[in-house]
Design a protein around this ligand. Structure first.
Ligand SMILES: Cc1ncc(COP(=O)(O)O)c(C=O)c1O
Length: 446
């Protein structure tokens, strides 16, 4: 974990389409991206070959992605190049998330994880320990830590609070607001608050919580309460679709961020990332120095062994796609989500998610009273399953759990053509369910 200084040379020009030879290309003539997301895409064979060559310095087998599944990232001595690739990914993410810079270097530190859940556990531990250390130094009680979050958090937050004995202070969602209310959140802060969680893309509706508003309210009240941003999905969407949105380390109270590589980071499960604003936010007691693998190394994780292949795959995606590649993909997904949302609205559904990149490429919707039907979202989900679609029906978060809803997460393989086909199948399913309802009514009347 942590960052090392690397050459800051970047891939800045568009894809060199004329060159079919990796070693004759502009990419081979430059250092590997180690600090920032390249501005432009790189042909896939070049990204593959360059990483493969880079890994050749490791003693063991040298193949990329699936071929690197034998590598264990914990073993720094045996796989030093994989560890360096992890550092490069962290550098790129800390730059993407606007880490503060001191003496020309980003101050952020971080670690790879199995997913956002592990990163969140670590971030919660760090906030709790830091709060305890400060309180102890002031001779104050440290037995009643609390954390503030929306009732719409992903289950890993409830796990973290319960596993680590922290009181959950929930800001309830309502039937018209499915995200945290910044005023209510900041009003809940007291001397025992270890931090506030803000979600960049809620699991339920994909909406972004207003991190900037929470930050401004805290600053206005002179509170240094830490904010952790759960950017499990949004961390790989917002910087490309809404680069002007302020949600990351640009905001003074944001001390840590998690992002999943296996969601919109476009890597297979399980890879996630945890980043802290600076080492100050990572209490030293939580970091272990181990030397039984040969060299002295620092470790902050819940797991010990884990595959390096996902980290290598993440680095491959980062340098293969660059800023322009991620931007094209995330923009396409957002447009597809907007199209689906529009079509569903035309059919009479109530749309609960955002359009135009104001949230994730997720469409959350529910049946409206104006549709005049007696069947519910679960019946529709079941009908769609007959056609092979898995569009889950579920209940909204605590406090509005009576509200049924459905959700489509637009992924890279959900093209506009597939979207059209889903729209047709939803129309057909609505027709079939309505027909069934009429038949049942007639049978009942007869
Ligand atoms: C907002 C949010 N946070 C955290 C998680 C957990 O992420 P992971 O599956 O990477 O552990 C999810 C997963 O859906 C999520 O949507």
């Amino acid at each position: 974990m942590g960052f090392i200084a690397q050459s800051s040379e970047k891939f800045t020009s568009p894809v060199d389409n004329d060159c079919t030879n990796v070693y004759g290309s502009q990419f081979a003539a430059r250092s590997m991206p180690a600090q920032r997301l390249p501005d432009h895409e790189m042909p896939k064979d070049m990204a593959y070959q360059l990483i493969k060559d880079d890994l050749a310095l490791d003693d063991e087998a040298l193949k990329l992605l699936a071929e690197s599944s034998n590598k264990n990232i914990i073993d720094h001595e045996e796989y030093p190049k994989s560890v360096e690739i992890e550092t490069r990914c962290l550098n790129i993410l800390s730059d993407l998330f606007h880490s503060p810079v001191s003496n020309g270097s980003p101050t952020a530190v971080g670690t790879s994880c199995i997913g956002s859940s592990e990163a969140i556990m670590l971030a919660v531990l760090a906030m709790k320990k830091r709060w305890q250390d400060i309180r102890k130094s002031e001779g104050k009680d440290t037995t009643k830590p609390n954390i503030i979050m929306s009732s719409g958090v992903q289950v890993c937050w409830e796990k973290a609070a319960r596993y680590f004995d922290i009181e959950e202070k929930l800001v309830p969602c309502t039937e018209t607001r499915y995200v945290i209310d910044p005023v209510q959140a900041v009003d809940l802060v007291d001397e025992n608050t270890i931090g506030i969680c803000a979600i960049l893309g809620t699991t339920y509706t994909g909406q972004y919580e207003d991190v900037r508003a929470i930050n401004s309210l805290l600053v206005r009240k002179g509170l240094s309460t830490p904010i952790h941003v759960d950017a499990a999905s949004g961390g790989f969407v917002a910087p490309f679709v809404k680069p002007e949105l302020e949600w990351d380390f640009q905001l003074s109270n944001v001390v840590s961020i998690n992002v999943s590589g296996h969601k919109y980071g476009l890597v297979y499960p399980g890879i996630g990332w945890g980043l802290w604003r600076s080492p100050e936010y990572l209490p030293k007691d939580l970091i272990f120095n181990i030397n039984y693998l040969g060299a002295d190394q620092l470790n902050f994780s819940l797991n010990f062994s884990k595959p390096a292949s996902h980290i290598i795959a993440q680095y491959y995606q980062l340098i293969r796609l660059g800023r322009s590649g991620y931007t094209s993909i995330m923009t396409n997904l957002t447009q597809t989500a907007d199209h689906l949302s529009h079509q569903l609205q035309e059919m009479g559904f109530l749309i609960m998610s955002e359009n135009g990149g104001e949230g994730l490429p997720v469409v959350a919707f529910r049946l409206s009273p104006t549709q005049n039907v007696f069947f519910d979202e679960w019946a529709l989900a079941q009908k769609l399953r007959e056609k092979g679609w898995i569009v889950p029906a579920y209940t909204m978060a605590a406090d509005c759990e009576k509200m049924g809803m459905m959700r489509v997460v637009v992924r890279t393989d959900f093209s506009m053509a597939r979207c059209e086909s889903l729209v047709r199948d939803i129309q057909a399913a609505l027709g079939a369910l309505a027909h069934l309802e009429i038949q049942n009514l007639q049978r009942y009347q007869a």
